[in-house]
Design a binder for this molecule. Structure first.
Ligand code: ADP
Length: 380
């Protein structure tokens, strides 16, 4: 028998919030409930001042939902962020805060503080694209590894919650550990630290998550993972320019963004949308990378401009952004990616690794020289 939302809500209604003495459902703490094919996901919203103390309650609601006949998996995420600006300040959160919270007096509301950084992390950069499939994750991973080869301490956060690629690209199958139930230890491989939702849950579980849960998980990965000390934290952004992407750029203090595009006009139109999105929140564009630039035939060694060539450089000129370089379309890049041995480490002296290294050097130089202006959020 298929599980319905009401079945789950009825079960959750039995869980009493110890602070208010009322059920979590009456207290309006369950947000964004999704039930699909037996998979259940929701956010448990608590006041900021409760923070992690609400973890036992989160476990209780998770257990209650799991006990419903027919439920296969449950993901309950706490929406309270320590150190980060409160969700209550967010204007695009997509769910209501009316009602509830009446028993515990709400903490004094502060003015929005703007995006936050991470202590001990010098620069956070986004690797973004206007659309999927252009090689954004491939570039993010090889860029992170190349920056590490330059002697920088590098972290890689897979912010593409709906389609996490980092577990596959770095061939990581172990689950991250936690020191005290609060801080998460990133997984270290090939000299960089990394974190991905794909390390923790199955892909189809994340697919049912809604905005608030995704944002909450991402902010946890930014604020509660032991990244420090790092010179650069590379964010492999979700593809596209929707609300999720915009929210990340508003909430995380980024030093800049690297835009990945293939050379065709159609891809470049989307790349320009991504550039515009970062412009809205005044995140500098570190530059544009042209991926799948030239096909280099493994047999004859000749170059073929399968998707065209030079389009990204021309776009960079038009929009006044730096051009960071071209990554050729090479079968080996795909094959090594699939094996979880990125070309930057698998064949570090080849021309492809050199192409990624050239991009990394430009990014590193830009980070050294760009002093980030105080971010100013532009709301529309
Ligand atoms: P995105 O993150 O933009 O969705 P991916 O990085 O997952 O894109 O790349 C999509 C596919 O293209 C993957 O199979 C990847 O291995 C392959 N790919 C990416 N860049 C190249 C390249 N330069 N040469 C060959 N294959 C590539």
């Amino acid at each position: 028998m298929a599980v319905s939302r009401n079945d789950v809500l009825a079960a959750l209604d039995q869980v009493i919030d110890p602070v208010s003495g009322r059920s979590v459902v009456q207290q309006d703490m369950v947000q964004g409930l999704v039930v699909r094919d037996g998979h259940v996901g929701f956010a448990l919203e608590v006041d900021d001042n409760r923070g992690r103390e609400a973890e036992p309650l989160r476990l209780a609601v998770e257990a209650a939902a799991k006990a419903v006949p027919g439920v296969l998996s449950v993901t309950a995420v706490l929406t309270a962020h320590d150190g980060a600006p409160s969700d209550h300040h967010s204007h695009d959160h997509g769910h209501s805060h009316s009602g509830g919270h009446s028993a515990a007096p709400p903490p004094p509301r502060q003015a929005p503080t703007g995006p936050t950084g991470v202590e001990g992390v010098k620069h956070i950069i986004a690797v973004a694209s206007g659309k999927g499939g252009v090689g954004k994750s491939t570039v993010a991973v090889n860029l992170a590894l190349s920056l590490s080869k330059l002697g920088l301490k590098v972290g890689l956060l897979d912010a593409d919650i709906y389609g996490p690629s980092v577990p596959r690209l770095l061939d990581i199958t172990t689950k991250p550990e936690t020191t005290d139930g609060k801080r998460i230890l990133p997984i270290e491989k090939y000299g960089i630290k990394s974190m991905s939702l794909g390390f923790i849950i199955r892909e189809d579980e994340a697919a049912i998550w809604r905005g608030p849960m995704v944002q909450s998980a991402l902010m946890q990965f930014i604020n509660q993972v032991n990244w420090a000390p790092l010179d650069v934290l590379v964010l492999d952004m979700p593809p596209g320019t929707g609300d999720a992407q915009l929210t990340i750029t508003q909430r995380v203090a980024m030093a800049g963004a690297v835009i990945v595009s293939t050379p065709q006009d159609i891809a470049l139109i989307d790349a320009r949308k991504a550039i515009a999105m970062f412009g809205k929140v005044q995140v500098p564009i570190l530059g544009i990378v042209e991926n799948m630039s030239m096909f280099v035939c493994a047999n004859c060694g000749h170059e073929h401009p399968i998707f065209g060539h030079g389009g990204a450089r021309a776009t960079a000129e038009t929009v006044g952004a730096p051009f960071l370089g071209e990554i050729p379309l090479v079968l080996k890049i795909r094959e090594l990616s699939d094996l979880g041995t990125p070309i930057a480490v698998a064949e570090p002296v080849g021309p492809e690794a050199a192409a990624f290294m050239a991009v990394a050097k430009k990014v590193a130089t830009a980070l050294e020289t760009t002093q980030r202006a105080a971010p100013k959020i532009v709301l529309e």
